[in-house]
Structures are given as C-alpha cells and as structure tokens.
Design a protein. Structure first.
Length: 282
C-alpha cells in the first residue's frame, strides 16, 4: 500500500490558497489545484534557506521583504525552453526578414519570455543567417519576470547536450566550446550575445518601457499561465506595439479564436493584427 510521505513543513489548503492569491496578484499566474504539491516542493527550498519553520512564517516574511518577493516569483515560474523549439516559427521569422525592405530600418523583435536564453539566441542566429551578417540591422529585446534566468541567459553558457537541436554549422559559427574546467559546455560568441538586450519585465506592469514599432513579438507558451481576461488584456497591449504588417507568434498550445477583433491567424500559431490596432503606443 502506497503512503504519502510526511512533509517537512506544515502545509494546509489555506497556505496554498494564499500562495495562489499572491502569485496571481504579482505575476498574473493562475495556479490550478493540481499545482499544490509543486508549490510546496519549490517554496520548501525557500523555507530551508531562510530557516523558517512553517509556511505561515514564510508568507508573513514575504509580505515585508521585496527581495524575497522576487525569489518567490522565481520559484513559481516555469522555464521550459530549448534552442529552436517549434522550429517553424524561426523559418517564418527568416522569411519575414528576407522579404522586408531595407528602407524599413531596423527589424525590431521582442521575445517576451526569454527564460534561460535559448529562444532569443535562436532568434539572433536566425537573423544573422537571414541577413548573412554578424551585424544585422536588428534590435532584439528579450524579457522575463524571473531575474535568475535572465542572469543565466546573459552569460550565454550552456551544457553541450542543450545544443543538440543546432546544426554543426550553427555550433561552429555561434558557440565557443569550453576547455579544461569548462569542458562539457559551450558559450555563445560575443557577436551574438551583443545582439540581445535582456531586460526584466513583469507583463502585469503598467509600463513596459518598450515603445511601439515592433516587427515581430514572440510570446510563446506564456498566456497559458494567465486566466482568460488577463490573456485578452495582455494580447491587446502587445498587438498595439506591432507595426501594421507585424507578426505575433504564440505557442503551440495557445489559441486566440476569442480575439478575432484583435488578430487574425496567418500561419501555424502566427498572427497578424487587425488593421485598426496597428502601431498604437501602449
């Protein structure tokens, strides 16, 4: 007969309810009841670090400590990513860049959930290849709410197994293989890292400080963590930042059939905005 292992810390339904309310208020994340054990396992680490005895003490501490509020968000956000994940989106980006008129100025891309950096670096590699230059006319902004993954991403160092989706040419042109104590890892070359501007942005913030005029927005597998009203609100704000022919690229599990007044589907999980929303500032 299976038994549930005894927990190190008392963890009541009321504690989980408070956590759900806090993460929804601070980050818009809508945790389902199935996440109760995941919440416990991730926040238990914080109790150990802080040497607290129970969740009630932790949540009281959280109320008055801004640094811990960031640790709380970091602990509860999910950072599943990979290089060239959903590869068709990068083919779409490459075609968009090649067909774009040079007179249009810099191609601006916002990666709205950069996680540990694989997605924005995949964007950068795609654009370097599309333009045939290590200094393409592009601006890539990569943002995330999680400060720890942004620090990791900015360093651009990955274990070799995380590069499995890349071609041999891409590994050769865009990474330096580690030696000695760095054996088993690879580092993004400086020319590629310099193309990406990493910023911490909470999508619930009133001002993202980005300005309008984006050609492409990648916001993949992010909306699934928000409830429907929040999804619609964020989508509306984002499409206002796109140029008239700009693209909004969503994740494989996301659909905006309820937002036909904002966007239209033009390719697999790729959308264009309805004309009357083009180019407005947030």
């Amino acid at each position: 007969m299976n038994t549930i292992p005894e927990r190190e810390f008392d963890y009541a339904d009321a504690d989980f309810a408070r956590v759900k309310a806090i993460i929804y208020r601070k980050a818009g994340i809508n945790l389902g009841d199935s996440k109760k054990q995941l919440v416990y396992s991730r926040l238990a680490r914080r109790l150990r670090v802080l040497q607290l005895d129970n969740f009630d003490e932790y949540l009281a501490y959280l109320d008055h400590n801004k640094n811990e509020q960031q640790e709380f968000i970091n602990a509860l956000t999910t950072n599943l990513t990979a290089f060239f994940r959903e590869a068709h989106h990068f083919s779409t980006l490459a075609d968009y860049a090649r067909n774009r008129k040079a007179a249009a100025g810099k191609l601006r891309v916002w990666c709205a959930a950069s996680s540990t950096g694989e997605e924005p670096y995949s964007i950068a590699m795609t654009l370097v290849e599309a333009y045939g230059s290590y200094s393409p006319p592009v601006e890539i902004i990569a943002s995330d709410i999680d400060s720890s993954v942004l620090e990791f991403a900015a360093q651009g160092i990955y274990s070799l197994d995380r590069l499995d989706a890349l071609s041999l040419e891409q590994k050769k042109h865009f990474f330096l293989r580690g030696k000695g104590r760095n054996n088993g890892s690879a580092k993004v070359i400086d020319k590629l890292r310099q193309l990406v501007d990493f910023r911490q942005i909470n999508l619930l913030d009133r001002d993202w400080r980005l300005g309008a005029g984006f050609d492409v927005i990648f916001c993949r597998n992010v909306m699934i963590y928000f409830d429907k009203p929040t999804q619609l609100q964020l989508l509306e704000r984002m499409v206002r930042l796109l140029k008239p022919e700009g693209l909004y690229i969503a994740g494989h599990s996301e659909s905006f059939s309820n937002a036909s007044h904002l966007v239209k589907l033009v390719a697999k999980t790729t959308y264009k905005l309805i004309d009357n929303h083009a180019g407005e500032r947030q």
